[in-house]
Structure formats: C-alpha cells, structure tokens
Design a protein around this ligand. Structure first.
Ligand SMILES: [Zn+2]
Length: 232
C-alpha cells in the first residue's frame, strides 16, 4: 500500500520515496505526493529523479487499487530504489484552486451533482435540476466567497455517521470510498460547504483566482451544466 501524503497536505511539492513495485506501465511507491486521477480531478504529472537523471511521469492513476505513476519506459528503474519525486506544481496548484471553487459552486446551487470535470483553467459541474441556474447570481456570489477568504478544512466522520446523514453526499456519480471506517470531509468557512471529498484543495478560498465567466448549458430536462472560467 502506498502512503498518500497528498491527503493531509496537498501543498507538498517534492518528497523522497522508495520503489515497491514495477508494472509494465509504471512505478508504484511506498509513499507519494502524486494525486491519482479520480472524482473528476486529473492525475498529477511531474518527475522522478535519481542517479543524476530525470524521468518524466506523464500521469498518475489507480490500477488494481495501486497508485501507478506512468512512465515512458520502466527499464532503468529497480525495486527498492530510493528516488526523489516532484510534481508539476504550477498545474496542480491551478487544479486545486479550480477544484475548491467547484465546492463554492455546490454551495450556491441546492441540487444533486451528477458529474464534473476539472482542468487547470476551467471547471464544471452537472446538476440534477429543472430550472436553469441564474448566471449573474453565480458569478457575483462565487467571487464574493473567494474575496471573503474562507478557510478550507479537512476532517473526518465515521461511515455510520454518513449513513445517518446521506444528504451530505452531493455527488451522485461518485460515492466516497469506504472500507477504512472513516470518511474524509471537506468544510469551507462556517456552513458554506461540507461534504465528503478525496481531492486536493487550497487552504483558503482567497487563493482562488476570480471567476471571469459562468456558462450554463442545458443538457436535458433535469441536467444543467455550469462551467466556470478563470481570470488566470
Ligand atoms: Zn473536493
């Protein structure tokens, strides 16, 4: 099992780790700062360094419950080798900002989420709602929540507590991972947003760049897609 350092501290940009497995597509480590693709958030890319050489990590995702760091060739890697890991921080930080902003969007539209996607410059959520959300309302209030600089905190509840409060789950498409007894929760400010999430977030909404544009697409009678674009 890989220790997932990004869960408790999403700001770690590099770390030392040991190779514990090698498969055709990539490398598995004893611990990692690379976020594996999931919940609409793309996997990290970056570099491994050892023996004075750099190796590109093209992406990261789960395979057979293992976090795989994808490389072009595994031929120069050895089991038990110690390496230095560096994520592409500029890209990851932008993704963290967009991801956290989607939590703010969730707080403004009181409807279940059926899907979503995040990249460096844009984020979107699909809502199970009949009435088209008000674009101006979202633009004004989401930028207000960014400017108000609310803290983003990580906590946890038990699986039983979640079962008693099923409304905490906003995303119908992605159920929080179970099996450890604990569910990771993300809260923003005082009651702005509180929901299970395994992704990476900024520590304060003030780190998010302002939203420049809100687009709303009608994807069906009960499906409205809200797209956020950012100033930088
Ligand atoms: Zn999240």
């Amino acid at each position: 099992m890989t220790e997932e350092l990004f869960r408790n501290n999403s700001y770690i940009q590099d770390c030392e780790a040991k190779i514990i497995d090698i498969i055709d597509e990539g490398i598995i480590l004893d611990k990692t700062i690379f976020y594996p693709e999931g919940g609409g958030q793309p996997g990290d890319n970056g570099q491994f360094k050892f023996n004075g050489k750099n190796f590109e990590i093209t992406s990261t995702s789960y395979k057979d419950k293992k976090i795989v760091h994808f490389v072009n060739s595994t031929s120069e890697f050895d089991l038990n080798q110690n390496i230095n890991c560096q994520i592409n921080w500029e890209r990851r930080f932008n993704i963290m900002r967009v991801h956290t902003c989607l939590h703010l969007l969730c707080s403004l539209i009181k409807a279940p989420v059926t899907g979503g996607q995040i990249n460096e410059r844009k984020g979107r959520l699909d809502f199970d709602v009949e009435t088209k959300p008000d674009r101006e309302f979202i633009l004004e209030n989401i930028n207000k929540l960014i400017e108000e600089k609310h803290d983003v905190k990580i906590s946890s509840i038990t699986e039983e507590e979640l079962d008693k409060n099923p409304d905490l789950v906003r995303t119908m498409a992605v159920q929080p991972p179970r099996g450890t007894g604990k569910i990771r929760m993300i809260s923003i400010g005082k009651n702005i947003d509180y929901q299970p999430c395994g992704g990476t977030h900024v520590r304060n909404t003030g780190e998010i760049s302002s939203v420049s544009k809100v687009k709303i697409e009608n994807k069906g009678r009960m499906n409205k897609r809200v797209i956020l674009e950012f100033n930088n």
